[in-house]
Design a protein around this ligand. Structure first.
Ligand code: PLP
Length: 399
């Protein structure tokens, strides 16, 4: 990292914006007009917006002249909410014999930005089925059974591509196809926030109708994200706008666009696409180095390790030390990791994702997430492993 005294391993929470992203941001700042205005300042801003949409579309492998939509939003949370709430509100629904408006299927380890709106809809009369992901895999038998026995027609399903806490890569393609076989008209969404620029995919290869990505996880600043909605979903009106306003972003996300963050997001996506192989190989090598060092110097550690795991996320279980205690200790040494997901730092609730993975409550209390980026170095890892090894010795003694 740039500052040799600091060693940042919280890249799944937020990444440091790249030079290319910040240059695009500065450039977009010159286009300060409102992209919806028709005069020259507006036109200039609209051109930046169009260019950004085209760059991000390319990075997501979208067809150039299709009627698919790529909406800019403010964050992944907003994109996820538009997808799930926009689908629930898309049709006038009447309760069935069991008093239910429809069924929503998600995984048990989804991010709160899907799980919480699902809970909201549950209170409004939808059945929500959470498919187990024990060991980091979507239980396809349970999914199949849920599709056969759903108490009301399935209208929406959401499967995340990579779990933000364990790094588990879910087989979204298979889950989406199972839903589509039984409910061809259901809208299938993928929260690809943690997988974007780490795995190769397009909405078409995953077989999903809607997909979320977020800027600050790919070395762009916060403030921008996107939601892909397929042309077919738009045509069938299976997702409708939930926030009425001035009609920006084809009416799906009213509110003047955050052009600076959007331009930076597109630049980071373009850069990440160009360097995909190099970045992936770099993180893989860093992960191998990390695992080797941990094995040698911290043999007491255990792991929340999915069978199919992204190299970027390493979830470790400390020997009888609370994660917050170690997190603060490491932070004092300039080593930054997280306890569970950063978003859950606001909540006293236990991590749903770890519970869904099969981690016991006691182990979840001692779990740290180390999340790597290609910007990390072997020296960063040395500082982390040294801190962990000394922390394990010192903090265990104090107990
Ligand atoms: N989905 C996943 C899997 C995430 O990890 C996160 C953030 O950590 C989000 C959604 C929310 O994204 P944002 O922070 O842009 O709202």
């Amino acid at each position: 990292m740039a500052n040799s005294m600091e060693h940042y391993f919280d890249n799944s929470a937020t990444t440091k914006p790249s030079a290319a992203a910040m240059a695009a941001l500065a450039n977009a700042a010159e286009a300060w007009g409102n992209p919806s205005s028709v005069h020259s300042h507006g036109q200039r801003a609209a051109a930046v917006l169009k260019d950004s949409r085209s760059k991000l579309s390319k990075a997501l492998g979208l067809q150039r002249f299709s009627k698919d939509m790529l909406l800019f939003t403010s964050c992944g949370t907003e994109s996820n909410n538009i997808a799930i709430l926009g689908c629930a509100r898309s049709k006038k629904r009447t309760p069935n014999g069991r008093g239910l408006l429809g069924t929503i299927i998600i995984t048990a380890g989804e991010h709160p930005s899907i799980d919480n709106p699902a809970t909201l809809l549950e209170k409004e009369g939808y059945a929500v089925i959470r498919i187990p992901t024990t060991g980091g895999e979507i239980d396809m038998d349970v999914l199949n059974n849920a599709l056969d026995t759903a108490p009301a027609p399935v209208i929406f399903a959401s499967f995340m591509l990579v779990n933000n806490e364990t790094g588990a890569i879910y087989d979204v393609k298979r889950a989406a196809s199972l839903v589509k076989i039984k409910y061809p008209d259901a809208t299938v969404h993928c929260d690809a926030v943690q997988g974007f620029m780490k795995l190769r995919f397009t909405p078409a290869t995953l077989g999903v109708d809607a997909l979320t990505v977020s800027a600050h996880k790919i070395h762009a600043p916060r403030g921008a994200a996107a939601l892909f909605i397929s042309a077919e979903t738009i045509k069938r009106k299976n997702i409708v706008p939930v926030m009425p306003g001035g009609g920006q972003e084809s009416g799906f996300r009213s509110g003047t666009e955050n052009l600076l963050s959007i331009a930076a997001f597109a630049a980071a996506a373009e850069e990440g696409t160009a360097n995909f192989d190099e970045n992936t190989a770099r993180v893989k090598a860093l992960r191998t180095y990390l695992e080797d060092q941990l094995l040698e110097k911290c043999p007491e550690l255990r792991y929340n390790k999915p069978a199919n795991c992204l190299s970027n996320i390493c979830s470790i279980i400390l020997p009888a030390i609370k994660s917050e205690t170690m997190l603060n200790y490491l932070s004092g040494r300039g080593v930054y990791v997280s306890a569970g997901s950063a978003c859950s730092a606001y909540s006293k609730k236990k991590s749903g994702a770890l519970e869904a993975f099969g981690t016991t409550a006691a182990d979840a209390d001692s779990t740290l997430r180390i999340s790597l980026s290609y910007t990390n170095t072997e020296e960063d890892i040395d500082a982390l492993v040294e801190g962990l090894a000394e922390g394990i010795k010192g903090l265990q003694k104090k107990r």
